[in-house]
Design a protein around this ligand. Structure first.
Ligand SMILES: *[C@@H]1O[C@H](CO)[C@@H](O)[C@H](O)[C@H]1NC(C)=O
Ligand SMILES: *[C@@H]1O[C@H](CO)[C@@H](O)[C@H](O)[C@H]1NC(C)=O
Ligand SMILES: *[C@@H]1O[C@H](CO)[C@@H](O)[C@H](O)[C@H]1NC(C)=O
Ligand SMILES: *[C@@H]1O[C@H](CO)[C@@H](O)[C@H](O)[C@H]1NC(C)=O
Ligand SMILES: *[C@@H]1O[C@H](CO)[C@@H](O)[C@H](O)[C@H]1NC(C)=O
Ligand SMILES: *[C@@H]1O[C@H](CO)[C@@H](O)[C@H](O)[C@H]1NC(C)=O
Ligand SMILES: *[C@@H]1O[C@H](CO)[C@@H](O)[C@H](O)[C@H]1NC(C)=O
Ligand SMILES: *[C@@H]1O[C@H](CO)[C@@H](O)[C@H](O)[C@H]1NC(C)=O
Ligand SMILES: [Zn+2]
Ligand SMILES: [Zn+2]
Length: 527
């Protein structure tokens, strides 16, 4: 079993976060692990407000388990639709703008997406629900591009539902034209220029990180090359009221500064709002005093991030942002509505449509019952509640012994923790849980008739690659860069968990009543 850094993810009584730009700490009181308490304070509305989603990966029915912290993320996409509708109404009353933005990765992650019957297309049905929300701008993610058939579905069926607003600035697809000749064209639109409800001019882009794992007949252009394109220069030439850079690219440690600098060279003070994604974390940084970059987590665990700004062109802009746990308590609190006065007709129809889809895909099919929670990052490996222990000690030996003529021959199995994607929680274990926990259809590769002494060295070498010499540490770095290009973000995600734990974990773990919680810290720097 290859286990890389295992991060412990515990948190305690207080969650504090420094808001980008206003440095106001806020705290939330702990509650019983599986109950949801009210948010501590209302949102601060500004002139321009944005609700942001990213990396939803099919979690449209919300997190449905009772174990903590899952209830915090229990709102479904119908609840979200009702929330958005009320927020839009509130914006109108306040004479403010409210935009809805998504940063990609709609594919791969739950049964609603991957549980389709033979002949179906991954995410096609679930994406229909996305199209029912009033998204202003959406950007493509790498998970839309691993398979040509999925990319083609986004091009032919999804993008047209958001005319001109499904942005794929550096992503092309090859399709047959009317005469049957192959043409290489942008998968969605390269950029969008539009006016908000209140008449503000917006120039928007949708940028994908330097992804290299795209399928044949799709292309991802490097960000560094994209900013040198003639169309790019033309798109950013006129000054809008603000630039809206949506994109499937982490707000830190990636290529946003290339896009940012290219715009700043032409427009030294025009507000730039960056809405990133891909590394599945909550993050917020400022590249300068008149811009803000924000990333809203993963799996519908963080739906809304909100930015306000003032408008004096000589000053730093004041931004505020809030990460919201998507659940009905949060939604009802911020919209001042309850129960049936909260649900809109559309919201209810989305919820029932999602449930019908789950039924059609037979996602409730029961494999068994999990006696307790098995988690990926919260407990050490090996241990009783480690998902990795369950996988390698129980599941794999059982699965590989069935109908296997070699099952009587001693064997050594090596696997990677990245093969598993999500925790298993106590209670029914269904087809949906199977696809959520272990969505990858990887084959086992085996080498027959090998001596045990040799086999035993493999794991050791895999785990310690790079530790011994400079040369191999360079090799390791190159390998990591290669994996990052292919879309692996596990390492970054775990580093983030670890940094949260280091910063705020120790005292919390000592507290008798531990609760889990995201504990974010923003950085602010100029280029
Ligand atoms: C790419 O698309 C073209 C045009 O549709 C087609 O002729 C070609 O076979 C495709 N290539 C692959 C590898 O699928
Ligand atoms: C994307 O398509 C456009 C339009 O056909 C073409 O001009 C451009 O070169 C393509 N870009 C890439 C990176 O393939
Ligand atoms: C504006 O923001 C920049 C970068 O965040 C900071 O260095 C600078 O001190 C700020 N200026 C004022 C007047 O607050
Ligand atoms: C922005 O400018 C408008 C018009 O000058 C003004 O009404 C509004 O209050 C300003 N907003 C902020 C946050 O300063
Ligand atoms: C903008 O900021 C400058 C410098 O702080 C100040 O002199 C000016 O009055 C402000 N303008 C508005 C419209 O608030
Ligand atoms: C194992 O093989 C038997 C007989 O061919 C078959 O009935 C059974 O479904 C197989 N089990 C699995 C898990 O593939
Ligand atoms: C948490 O634990 C402390 C110390 O044991 C106790 O005083 C407090 O009441 C507990 N809070 C909750 C919400 O259980
Ligand atoms: C879940 O919400 C409760 C308050 O309702 C909070 O104490 C806890 O930290 C949250 N958990 C996570 C993982 O955000
Ligand atoms: Zn993702
Ligand atoms: Zn991604």
């Amino acid at each position: 079993m290859v286990v890389t850094t295992s991060a412990l993810f515990f948190a305690g009584l207080f969650t504090s976060a420094y808001a980008c730009g206003d440095a106001v700490a806020h705290s939330r009181r702990a509650s019983m692990p599986s109950s949801i308490t009210l948010p501590t304070r209302p949102l601060e509305w500004g002139d321009i407000n944005i609700i942001h989603t990213t990396d939803s990966h099919g979690w449209l029915l919300g997190h449905q388990k009772a174990s903590s912290p899952e209830p915090n993320y229990s709102g479904d996409f119908g609840d979200f639709a009702s929330f958005v509708a009320h927020m839009k109404e509130m914006a109108e009353k306040r004479n403010a703008d409210l935009l809805l933005v998504d940063s990609g990765d709609l594919h791969d992650g739950t049964g609603l997406i991957d549980g389709f019957p033979p002949g179906g297309i991954d995410a096609h049905d679930a994406n229909e629900f996305f199209t029912q929300l009033p998204y202003d701008v959406l950007a493509i993610g790498n998970h839309e591009l691993y398979k040509y058939v999925n990319a083609l579905d986004m091009h032919q069926n999804f993008a047209p539902k958001f005319p001109g607003r499904y942005l794929t600035s550096n992503v092309n697809i090859t399709v047959a034209d009317k005469q049957g000749n192959p043409v290489n064209i942008p998968l969605g639109s390269r950029y969008a220029k539009f006016k908000t409800r209140k008449g503000r001019k917006v120039t928007a882009l949708g940028v994908l990180f330097d992804f290299t794992g795209f399928d044949k007949n799709t292309t991802v252009q490097k960000v560094a090359d994209m900013v040198k394109e003639q169309w790019f220069a033309e798109a950013i030439e006129d000054e809008p009221d603000f630039f809206l850079l949506a994109g499937h690219m982490p707000v830190a440690q990636d290529k946003w500064p290339l896009v940012f600098n290219a715009i700043r060279q032409v427009h030294p003070s025009t507000p730039i709002l960056i809405l990133g994604g891909h590394s599945h974390i909550r993050d917020c940084i400022q590249l300068d005093g008149r811009s803000m970059s924000l990333e809203s987590g993963r799996y519908m665990e963080t739906i809304a991030a909100k930015l306000d700004h003032g408008n004096n062109s000589s000053d730093n802009i004041t931004f505020t942002r809030r990460y919201l746990d998507p659940n009905r308590v949060t939604y009802e609190y911020h919209t001042g509505r309850k129960g049936s006065s909260f649900d809109t007709r559309k919201g209810k129809s989305i919820t029932s449509g999602l449930k019908a889809l789950a039924k059609a895909f037979n996602l409730d099919f029961l494999f068994g019952t999990a006696p307790r929670d098995f988690t990926l990052n919260r407990v050490p490996y090996p241990s009783e509640s480690s998902l990795l222990s369950l996988f390698i000690e129980d599941a794999v030996p059982t699965a590989l012994a069935i109908n296997n003529t070699r099952s009587s021959i001693p064997n050594l199995i090596i696997t990677n923790s990245g093969s598993q994607r999500f925790d298993i929680y106590a209670g029914p274990f269904t087809k949906n849980d199977q696809l959520t926990t272990s969505p990858f259809a990887d084959a086992f590769f085996y080498i027959p008739e090998i001596t045990l002494s040799l086999a035993k060295q493999v794991l050791l070498n895999l785990n310690h690659a790079g530790a011994t010499s400079r040369r191999s540490s360079e090799t390791l770095e190159a390998r990591e860069a290669h994996l990052y290009g292919l879309g692996y973000v596990d390492k970054r995600y775990r580093e983030w968990l670890e940094s949260m734990d280091k910063r705020n974990g120790a005292e919390r773990r000592e507290a008798a009543n531990q609760t889990l919680g995201y504990v974010t810290q923003d950085v602010r720097f100029s280029l």
